[in-house]
Design a protein around this ligand. Structure first.
Ligand SMILES: C[S@@+](CC[C@H](N)C(=O)[O-])C[C@H]1O[C@@H](n2cnc3c(N)ncnc32)[C@H](O)[C@@H]1O
Length: 218
């Protein structure tokens, strides 16, 4: 999506993607990745996700990237975290103990920023892109993730013609086709979550699968 699409959503606080509690698949599957507690974890397109607080509580140093300034400010304010901010290149770097966020475009984030990460977590990031931009995002993610690094990917899949994204439908076949060049992929879980998603029920979407994948950078 164009940057203004997301800036408008944050401006109007139309942020249905934001979860009021930690993602259930993160809670269930993160330990399977066996990432050392002190390891740095990258969260692309992080929004103001509470999942970052959960990862920080596990001991990880969390490194987010988020386009929208207000989202970043809300994250630190709502979690009562004292933060400093400095412009670095075309990004703004928000620094506080255990959660740092690069505010700006993920496509211009330099790989040296993420060179020391031990893990990554993509929830509602891959599925935020329409098909036309998704492959470019995968390429950029692959540039930012060092070899051997493991991550948890959470996707949604549904009949795309029944609803206009985001979130966009990303099938297991799409994941296999477009990510296997860069990552070893293991499907950890797949379940129908239609009952928990009134927006999809209202649009008569017949099914909605949420999946969790373990990715390991080749
Ligand atoms: C669907 S939301 C998901 C947020 C978060 N992962 C969560 O689970 O709540 C997608 C987020 O990506 C951000 N975003 C969109 N394009 C971006 C870009 N080019 N670089 C960095 N962040 C971007 C948006 O502002 C939005 O907060």
């Amino acid at each position: 999506m164009e940057p203004n699409f997301w800036h408008d959503k944050w401006h109007q606080q139309l942020i249905g993607f934001h979860q009021a509690s930690v993602n259930a698949l993160l809670l269930t599957h993160w330990q399977q990745l066996e990432i050392k507690p002190q390891g740095q974890v990258f969260v692309p397109l992080c929004g103001k996700s509470l999942d970052m607080c959960y990862l920080a509580e596990l001991g990880h140093n969390v490194l987010g990237c988020e386009l929208n300034l207000s989202a970043v400010e809300q994250f630190y304010a709502e979690n009562q975290l004292t933060v400093t901010c400095e412009p670095i290149g075309e990004h703004q770097f928000f620094d506080c103990e255990q959660v740092q966020i690069w505010q700006g475009d993920i496509f211009t984030l330099a790989p040296k920023i993420t060179q020391d990460i031990s893990g990554f977590y993509d929830r509602a990031a891959l599925i935020a892109w329409p098909e036309s931009l998704r492959q470019a995002y995968v390429k950029q993610l692959a540039k930012l993730i060092p070899q051997g690094c493991r991550g948890l990917l959470v996707t949604l899949d549904y009949p795309q013609e029944t609803l206009q994204g985001p979130p966009f439908a990303v099938s297991p076949t799409w994941v296999e086709t477009h990510l296997s060049e860069y990552f070893d992929i293991t499907l950890l879980a797949c379940r129908d979550v239609l009952d928990d998603n009134p927006r999809f029920i209202k649009k008569d979407v017949p099914w909605l699968n949420e999946s969790a994948y373990l990715l390991k950078r080749k």
